[in-house]
Design a binder for this molecule. Structure first.
Ligand SMILES: Nc1nc2c(c(=O)[nH]1)N[C@H]1C(S)=C(S)[C@@H](COP(=O)(O)O)O[C@H]1N2
Ligand SMILES: [Mo]
Length: 556
């Protein structure tokens, strides 16, 4: 127990100091975040899919808690083993330090310094544990003295005054007996005995429980102070990113495109707070727009570097565009539509001068994501842009502040890098981006799909006319028709509500004459080229789910 406790508080202190140093210098060097991020990157795609599906937005807290649990077990084990074998202290600290440091260094945007918080924290944890175990160790003395002293403790009234007072503190005699038994010094049964006995009268061979607990409490207090400091610094940093975001006055768009037409239903534009979020970032990157810059390099004639100001000085466009995630299951929630404000990418690339053969744009983000986008999609007339505003506000921190990319018609993993810092012109042959390395398709065009939002699955609508409604999407192609089938019967045309462009979802509705009993409702969309959506079920991996969204309802 004593060893495990020492291990826990020592590790807590070391980690807290490491977190404090990281918070004050490079947040990405935090050992917990770095290990968590390394775990995310190393996790096989099917397990990642499972986690996103089963845990949703809780996936990250669950991951961090798991990392914490492993740390707790390692720390307690090291402490317990370290009581007998001091080499275990050095070994445990080395393992933890190496894990944190190598995880931090493995981050794509790492610098050598990122190893320092982990190494320092592990050293502090090791030294602290050594010291605590030293305090927890029995005093050394000749065995004969041990039994003599022990005897006196065990026999109330026949020992020194100190021992007597110890015995009169209400200790059961059994406790005193066991405290007196050499070789049982590790047992928790002696509780209180050593604490009650003064330093001089302390039986040799026992340890000083009070002194140990005081030391452990001191270390635990240090951990709380350091962690509090880390949290405080993070909050100040986060606050300053949020403040600088709040201070930004985005210029008006020079070209506002087609607005959302009248006649769309509620929810056509997704509010920023309701917009789905999918990324691998354990902590939301907090970037100061004043120190942000974008580098355009690789296979270009003129390498460029633009500040946030430079970007805002260029003519901005405003477009309503639907963004969706390749990991979305049939009928799933990872899709949203927003009014985006941004700088068109094509003129920027023209200034940079793309070299022949550069068929891939690799976008890099502040925290090291890489997203590869076909160069053609920036040049074929679609509204591929560097986004600075979302629904009339600066880009929210979670959605890529200060600048993200957006490519209409591509899933997010292939065209929508958040927290953007770099665009490198290269080729698909030369470089695999993050998700492509993990088996996802190099190009990610959105597949035609549709979803029933009303009624909800397993709802109990009343018999009679029931409005069946939802969305369908095929960005870049547009939707020509949506049809609804009841109980596997004929396909009935749904009414389509107006849209601003082919790059947004379409809202549809169909009035169903519902009859009492259980029913299934299915939806299918046909894109504007006349191709119906694929009815065959496919998983999101490797290039987007297919299949018809079908729900069951019981009409009352
Ligand atoms: N830096 C970074 N950008 C990223 C990702 C990421 O993990 N990191 N995920 C991508 C994926 S898979 C999707 S679907 C979209 C989601 O954007 P949103 O969170 O703003 O909805 O961001 C894309 N951009
Ligand atoms: Mo995604």
């Amino acid at each position: 127990m004593r060893g495990s406790l020492a291990g826990l508080v020592a590790a807590g202190f070391g980690v807290a100091v490491a977190e404090l140093l990281a918070a004050a210098t490079r947040p990405e060097a935090s050992p917990l975040v770095a290990v968590g991020a390394a775990v995310i990157d190393a996790t096989p795609t099917p397990i990642k899919e499972f986690a996103v599906r089963e845990l949703g937005t809780h996936d990250k807290p669950v991951l961090l808690a798991s990392v914490g649990l492993v740390l707790i077990l390692l720390a307690a084990g090291t402490g317990a083993l370290g009581r007998r074998h001091r080499w275990a202290v050095a070994a445990g600290a080395s393992v933890l330090g190496a894990a944190g440091a190598s995880a931090a260094l493995s981050r794509p945007a790492a610098i050598p310094f990122d190893a320092v918080p982990s190494l320092l924290g592990a050293t502090i944890a090791g030294v602290t544990l050594w010291w605590l175990l030293h305090r927890a160790a029995p005093a050394t003395a000749a065995p004969s003295t041990v039994s003599a002293d022990a005897q006196s403790v065990a026999t109330p009234g026949m020992g020194s005054a100190d021992v007597q007072s110890a015995a009169t503190l209400g200790m059961a005699s059994a406790d005193v007996q066991s405290a007196a038994t050499p070789g049982e010094v590790d047992s928790d049964a002696r509780s209180g005995a050593a604490a009650a006995v003064s330093e001089e009268a302390r039986p040799v061979g026992d340890f000083d429980r009070r002194r140990f607990l005081q030391a452990a409490a001191l270390v635990a207090g240090g951990a709380v102070v350091a962690e509090g400091g880390a949290v405080g610094i993070r909050r100040i940093r986060g606050g300053s990113a949020a403040r600088s975001r709040a201070d930004i006055r985005l210029p008006a768009a020079a070209d506002v495109g087609r607005p959302v037409p009248p006649g769309t239903g509620p929810g056509f534009v997704t509010g920023n707070g309701d917009f789905y979020r999918v990324d691998t970032a354990l902590t939301v990157p907090r970037i100061d727009p004043d120190s942000w810059s974008l580098r355009i390099h690789g296979m270009v004639g003129n390498e460029m570097r633009l500040s946030f100001e430079d970007l805002l000085r260029r003519p901005l466009v405003e477009r309503v565009i639907t963004l969706n995630c390749v990991s979305n299951e049939v009928g799933g929630p990872y899709i949203g539509t927003a009014k985006w404000l941004g700088v068109p990418l094509a003129p920027l690339l023209a200034e940079a001068g793309i070299k022949a053969g550069a068929d891939q744009i690799v976008a890099r983000s502040a925290e090291g994501m890489t997203i590869g986008t076909p160069t053609a999609t920036a040049l074929d007339g679609r509204d591929t842009m560097l986004v600075v505003g979302m629904n009339g506000e600066p880009l929210p921190l979670e959605h890529g502040f200060p600048v993200r990319m957006l490519t209409p018609g591509l899933y997010g993993y292939a065209g929508a890098c958040k927290w953007l810092t770099e665009l490198e012109l290269t080729t698909f042959a030369k470089f695999d981006a993050y998700w492509v390395e993990r088996g996802w398709s190099a190009e990610g065009p959105v597949k035609t799909a549709s979803r029933i939002d009303k009624p909800r699955p397993f709802a109990h609508p009343a018999a009679g006319p029931v409005t069946v409604a939802g969305v369908a999407w095929a960005q870049r192609r547009g939707i020509r028709a949506v049809e609804v089938s009841v109980d596997g019967g004929d396909w009935n045309r749904a009414e389509l509500l107006p849209v601003p462009s082919i790059d947004t979802w379409v809202q549809w509705r169909y009035t169903w004459k519902a009859t009492t009993g259980p029913h299934s409702l299915a939806v299918r969309a046909t894109d504007a080229t006349g191709t119906p959506q694929t009815a065959t079920r496919a998983t999101p991996f490797p290039n987007g789910a297919t299949g018809l969204h079908t729900i069951a309802v019981t009409v009352a």
